[in-house]
Design a protein. Structure first.
Lengths: 166, 277
């Protein structure tokens, strides 16, 4: 039953992404709130439903966006996979893990987007995309990582409360 | 007789003494002693006065602070309410101005039927230039319908659900609009980019381009109605076979709030007629 918290949180993240985050631009890039949210959620120790969140978020973003649904779906699943790997390896420094997953996840998302759009026949000059879109996007995602991690940690503790020690 | 004399002498002595004292005082001989006296008086009076004021303050101040605080909070809430009203009115004025401009545009182009829609979101992917509007199939919106603002062409409807639609802006990298240059009487192809810049491609080499040339839709291809304003030429580059021009769009796509959908335009899909590569 507590997994149902995913529904409002994911919907809220996608709405905020479409209505707010996509208007806060640095050059032509903007932050990807669903990606950062997923990374933060998957890095929480108690959470075991991150895969479901990734698929649901990817499907919803794919529905709203004009880009192929496979792009967010595959990218977000990879982000969760990255988070699981980092959670095991750098568990003592959660913020470092958060930054690493956000950085790599953003690169994965942009690489897959670029590849799919190029295959669709849309010409995208790589240097222009890198300078005005990818680098600003990475920077904004890293800035967003800290507050989102704090919010998702609190949410995880609320959804999965620690057992009381007697 | 003796009593009368002694009284007269006493009175005279008193007058003399008083007069002498006054004369000495006026002459400044008592200044040091009078200063000590008056200063001690002033000190005593100041002490009493300060104690009285302190007592008065302690008795009356709490009531004043309470009433002042209450009044302050009332005024603060009133200011907050008025500020909210000002913001709301400013928004309404802004929306009214936009709607008035859109009404002017629809009056100037009576051949089209329009439906107004508010922009409620943008594409989550930064690679694409799409917006989401709050009108869908329930309002008669169909895929392919052109979308304009009071300034000119904005894009066309790409996907529709019941109460919302996704609009592909002309700045999208996948967008392609057939246009004509008003002054040069030449046709070309307008494409967008990830950064939102518009480029005119396939302009014949002998075309005489000038800065400020108006770019209008040509209507070729059946995707858009003809003669919608797109932008102005701001620069160009020469290549071997063609010229490539940069276009400044007339629509400010970063501040797109309300748009008009041309609902009586039926786009023609010529894809089946295009030769396979």
């Amino acid at each position: 039953m507590r997994n149902l918290i995913a529904v409002p949180v994911i919907i809220l993240a996608v709405i905020l992404q479409s209505a707010v985050m996509s208007s806060i631009k640095l050059l032509s890039g903007y932050a990807d709130l669903p990606l950062v949210m997923l990374a933060a959620w998957a890095l929480q120790d108690e959470v075991d439903t991150a895969w479901h969140w990734a698929i649901a978020t990817g499907a919803l973003v794919g529905f709203v966006s004009g880009i192929s649904v496979t792009v967010p779906l595959v990218s977000y699943v990879i982000v969760v996979a990255l988070a699981q790997v980092f959670q095991r390896r750098v568990w003592q420094a959660p913020l470092l893990a958060m930054f690493s997953v956000t950085f790599l996840g953003t690169i994965v998302l942009y690489a897959i987007s670029l590849m799919v759009l190029q295959l669709s026949g849309i010409p995208l000059p790589i240097t222009e995309v890198l300078g005005s879109l990818v680098l600003p996007g990475i920077l904004l995602n890293l800035i967003l990582a800290i507050p989102v991690y704090a919010v998702m940690r609190d949410l995880a503790r609320w959804v999965y409360p620690l057992p009381e020690v007697e | 007789m003796r009593n009368l004399f002694s009284r007269t002498v006493q009175t005279t002595i008193v007058f003399l003494v008083v007069g002498g004292i006054m004369a000495l005082a006026l002459g400044g001989y008592f200044s040091s002693s009078s200063n000590i006296f008056t200063s001690s008086l002033i000190t005593v009076q100041a002490w009493f006065s300060s104690r009285f004021v302190a007592l008065q303050d302690s008795l009356t101040a709490p009531r004043d602070i309470t009433s002042l605080r209450q009044r302050n909070s009332e005024l603060e809430s009133e200011v907050a309410e008025l500020q909210a009203q000002v913001i709301q009115l400013q928004q309404e004025v802004g929306e009214t101005q936009i709607l008035a401009a859109l009404v002017d545009f629809s009056r100037a182009n009576p051949e089209n039927q329009y439906k107004a829609a508010a922009v409620i979101g943008r594409d989550p992917s930064p690679f694409l230039q799409y917006v989401i509007i709050n009108r869908g199939s329930n309002d008669g919106i169909l895929r392919g319908m052109p979308v304009v603002t009071d300034q000119g062409l904005a894009g066309r409807v790409d996907a529709v659900i019941a109460d919302a639609a996704r609009v592909q802006l002309i700045t999208d990298p996948a967008a392609n609009v057939n246009i004509r240059l008003q002054n040069a009487e030449e046709e070309a192809s307008l494409v967008g980019s990830v950064t939102g810049d518009l480029t005119l491609e396939l302009i014949p080499q002998d075309t005489n381009l000038e800065r400020g040339d108006l770019v209008l839709t040509s209507g070729l291809g059946g995707g858009y109605p003809p003669d919608l304003i797109v932008g102005q030429v701001v620069g160009w580059r020469d290549f071997d076979l063609f010229k490539e021009a940069t276009v400044q769009p007339v629509v400010d796509f970063n501040r797109l709030k309300i748009v008009l959908i041309i609902v009586n335009f039926k786009p023609v899909d010529i894809a089946p007629l295009e030769p396979a590569p």
